[in-house]
Design a protein around this ligand. Structure first.
Ligand SMILES: [Zn+2]
Length: 385
């Protein structure tokens, strides 16, 4: 075997030196040259082995890099722009303007594209208030008009930061954190976050109903922690009931509900689920009979019998979604009152529903959702608003 390899190696390196190939060489063959050739051919084989190993390693690395991107970590140019928009006011204004109008800014009053930026007479730079003027209706406007930040005096760079954090934190971001990072008052930070949550609220009348396999479940959020060892069990009196319906592989709709009776739960399902869907729930008695109203029927898993999955029937997705809310409330918000919980649910739903977008795209989606919505201070601080 070694002999064959040696011959092959010699053939490639020195084709004319193989015994028999060149009669002239045969006459000069000495013992030292044979030894030299043997050493060279050994190195040659080692080199081949080395290169083959390198090739194998490179192909493994390439294969690993080409794996499907399950968590959508695709590079986003926006991710490089957002930190700049969070630190410089002009960059922030231009960022918001581009996300709203793209390359064709238009008048927010009449829709004309014949508009121009107003300049400061002394410096020639953009107007301090970043005003635009429409040549058709002669009205002045800014990018803030007709959005949730219209009446706000806070610089847009703080808004950019808050939008970024709210849209990219899976378990939410607290107003106290925004207060510290932006160096603004807690009141301003709380108001800012409430407006952002309002921007993230689903437009339920126009939102498509859930279809296919829809998992429904209810849970209790907030209040005092559950003491598992306590004989009396835990009280639901200080907790808030939340209902969730998740289309498998699709969107989620969560809402605060008054109680967990059959009437309330069934009404919540009818509100968000298409009549052709298949409903999956646990064995809660409130869901009994709901299958008659949906052509896909109703399947249950009986948790009390330790049954969590039976073929297609499972409620694991909706239960995972509750786990995220609970981690967010325990770890980030610490305490959310019943009156304001629905706003936090809007934010959690927005992040869940945009989970297939990357962080930059989700931030822009939140900013664009803020257009056409306004939340006045009184309604922002009022519960149930
Ligand atoms: Zn106009």
């Amino acid at each position: 075997m070694a002999k064959i390899s040696k011959r092959a190696g010699l053939g490639i390196l020195f084709p004319d030196r193989i015994a028999g190939a060149n009669p002239a060489y045969r006459t000069h063959k000495t013992s030292s040259s044979v030894l030299y050739l043997a050493v060279r051919s050994k190195y040659f084989l080692l080199q081949i082995t080395f290169y083959l190993t390198q090739l194998a390693l490179c192909s493994i690395i390439v294969c690993m890099r080409k794996r499907p991107d399950l968590h959508n970590l695709s590079k986003s140019e926006l991710i490089a722009e957002i930190p700049l928009a969070c630190s410089d006011e002009t960059a922030a204004v231009e960022f918001f303007e581009f996300q709203r109008w793209g390359n064709t800014p238009c008048c927010v009053k009449c829709g004309s594209v014949d508009v121009y930026q107003m300049k400061d007479a002394k410096t020639g730079q953009r107007n301090k208030r970043f005003l635009w003027r429409c040549k058709d209706c002669r009205e002045q406007f800014t990018v803030r008009i007709n959005t949730v930040y219209e009446e706000s005096r806070l610089p847009l760079r703080h808004w950019a930061y808050a939008f970024w954090r709210a849209a990219t934190s899976k378990k939410g971001v607290s107003a106290l954190e925004i207060k510290r990072h932006c160096q603004i008052s807690y009141k301003s930070a709380l108001f800012l976050m409430n407006r952002i949550r309002f921007a993230m609220a689903p437009d339920l009348p126009t939102a498509p109903p859930l279809i296919g396999i829809v998992e429904c479940d209810e849970t209790f959020v907030g209040g005092k922690p559950r003491y598992r060892g306590h004989k009396q069990g835990w009280s639901r009196a200080n907790k808030t009931a939340v209902f969730a319906a998740v289309e498998r592989g699709g969107q989620i709709r969560r809402q605060v509900i008054a109680d967990v009776t059959g009437k309330t739960l069934k009404a919540a399902i009818r509100q968000v689920v298409d009549p052709r869907a298949t409903i999956m729930t646990d064995e809660h008695t409130g869901y009994k009979g709901i299958g008659k109203e949906f052509t896909g029927g109703h399947e249950t898993v009986v948790h009390s019998r330790r049954e969590y999955c039976r073929g297609e029937a499972t409620t694991n997705t909706v239960e995972s979604s509750f786990a995220l809310i609970k981690r967010g409330i325990i770890g980030t918000y610490h305490n959310v009152s019943r009156e304001y919980l629905h706003r936090y649910l809007w934010q959690f739903d927005f992040v869940w529903n945009g989970r297939k977008l990357n962080d930059g795209e989700r931030t822009v989606a939140a900013i664009q959702a803020a257009e056409g919505k306004r939340l006045m201070y009184k309604s922002a601080v009022a519960p149930h608003a």
